[in-house]
Design a protein around this ligand. Structure first.
Ligand SMILES: *Cc1c(COP(=O)(O)O)cnc(C)c1O
Length: 389
């Protein structure tokens, strides 16, 4: 069986994790701060706040930006459910922006139209969460210009995109956003087992996310409220926070993995190039990568644009599975999930996302996917698609 994605673990990863297991601190030692500093340095942000998942980091990011019940958050209609669930965690309302059918990222034209309508109707979003689909950045300069015009904050969901570049900046530099979130789930560019990180250039947002990550406890006495707290062991709970901390065991794996991120991403790019040049049927298109982007190719998504696309998609999906190739579909549009349907979203709300859903397949991409496995995937895929067109 060839999985659609898989982590790459080497001896150094195992050695470094084991070293933490032999040390005095399994959590709240110095490995997490080291990992935060190295990721921040790698992507050119001032601060990184490590968490136990990207989902937690997205939640912290929304809270730090002051998201409250009654506020609105917009994200891409094609993403993992966390991109919008984080808003619901805060009691805010969610709405979606349709995708660009070529880049699979949030469509700037749809965003513009939706914003001007929302301005008229008096229901502008407080936060917009662009999703860097498959590791390709959204058009952040345009989104930033719109945020200056309409006054919303920006959280980049860069769960797919550690090591990606946009307009000569590393994704995560927060050049155009308030906060950028990475995921370290095993299928993502690097892994900590489970984990995530929120990057920011704002000291205030970083401090708030640190407090909220650990029960809302302030330990810096100069920031204490009132004047009676002089005991050395004291802390104050100043917010209702969570335990979203990353452990030092996880951070050790992350640090070791980070030293190989560029190698991983080059390998993924080689695989993507190989797929692109070998899949030549005119009924198949893949993600258009803009010139200003370097994608991590977390995903390689093809769109099957034959007549009866939905049937073709099913047949190819099943055909590949029968040959032991575990393709996947990223993603069911969030508004079509039963939970969101119950909130009132309807089929037809985001036509480009729904059309994508009826055509898309993710072929396997991960650093250890061998040349032979790639040949098997390409041969099988081409045979199936030719038999249908
Ligand atoms: C994986 C993913 C997440 C959630 O990441 P976790 O670390 O598993 O919480 C959020 N958004 C997107 C786009 C993702 O792909």
């Amino acid at each position: 069986m060839i999985p659609y994605s898989r982590q790459s673990i080497n001896r150094k990863d195992i050695r470094d994790v084991t070293a933490v297991l032999r040390s005095n601190y399994l959590t709240q030692g110095n490995t997490v701060p080291r990992f935060e500093a190295e990721v921040a340095q790698y992507c050119g942000a001032r601060f990184g706040v490590a968490t136990n998942s990207a989902t937690s980091a997205l939640h912290l990011a929304c809270l730090a930006l002051g998201l409250q019940p009654g506020d609105r958050v917009w994200t891409s209609a094609i993403s993992f459910v966390s991109s919008s669930n984080c808003a619901l965690f805060c009691g805010a309302e969610v709405d979606f922006v349709d995708i660009d059918p070529r880049t699979f990222c949030m469509s700037i034209d749809s965003l513009k139209l939706k914003l001007s309508k929302a301005e008229r109707d008096g229901n502008l979003p407080k936060i917009v969460i662009p999703v860097h689909f498959g590791g390709q950045s959204c058009q952040m300069r345009e989104i930033r210009q719109l945020s200056d015009k309409y006054g919303f904050s920006i959280i980049e969901d860069a769960s797919h995109a550690l090591g990606g570049e946009h307009l000569n900046n590393k994704i995560g530099s927060c050049e155009y956003s308030d906060i950028t979130v990475f995921s370290f789930h095993p299928v993502k560019p690097i892994t900590t087992g489970e984990g995530g990180m929120a990057m920011t250039n704002s000291e205030k947002l970083s401090h708030l996310m640190q407090l909220l990550r650990s029960h809302g406890l302030e330990r810096d006495k100069t920031k204490f409220l009132g004047t009676t707290n002089s005991e050395i062991w004291n802390y104050q709970q100043v917010y209702l926070g969570f335990n979203y901390r990353m452990s030092d065991i996880h951070a050790a794996l992350g640090l070791s993995q980070l030293s190989r991120i560029d190698k991983f991403n080059l390998k993924r790019n080689q695989i993507a190039r190989n797929y692109s040049k070998s899949i030549t049927n005119l009924g198949v298109t893949s993600q258009q990568i803009l010139d200003v982007n370097f994608s991590t190719f977390h995903l390689f998504v093809v769109r099957i644009q034959l007549s009866q696309a939905k049937l073709a998609q099913k047949k190819i999906f099943q055909g590949l599975l029968n040959e032991g190739i575990k393709v996947n579909l990223h993603y069911t549009p969030i508004h079509l999930q039963p939970y969101y349907q119950a909130l009132g979203f309807k089929r037809g709300d985001y036509p480009e996302a729904e059309s994508f859903f009826g055509q898309a397949l993710s072929l396997p991409v991960f650093p250890k996917l061998s040349k032979l496995q790639q040949r098997t995937i390409i041969k099988t895929f081409n045979r199936l698609i030719d038999s249908l067109s």
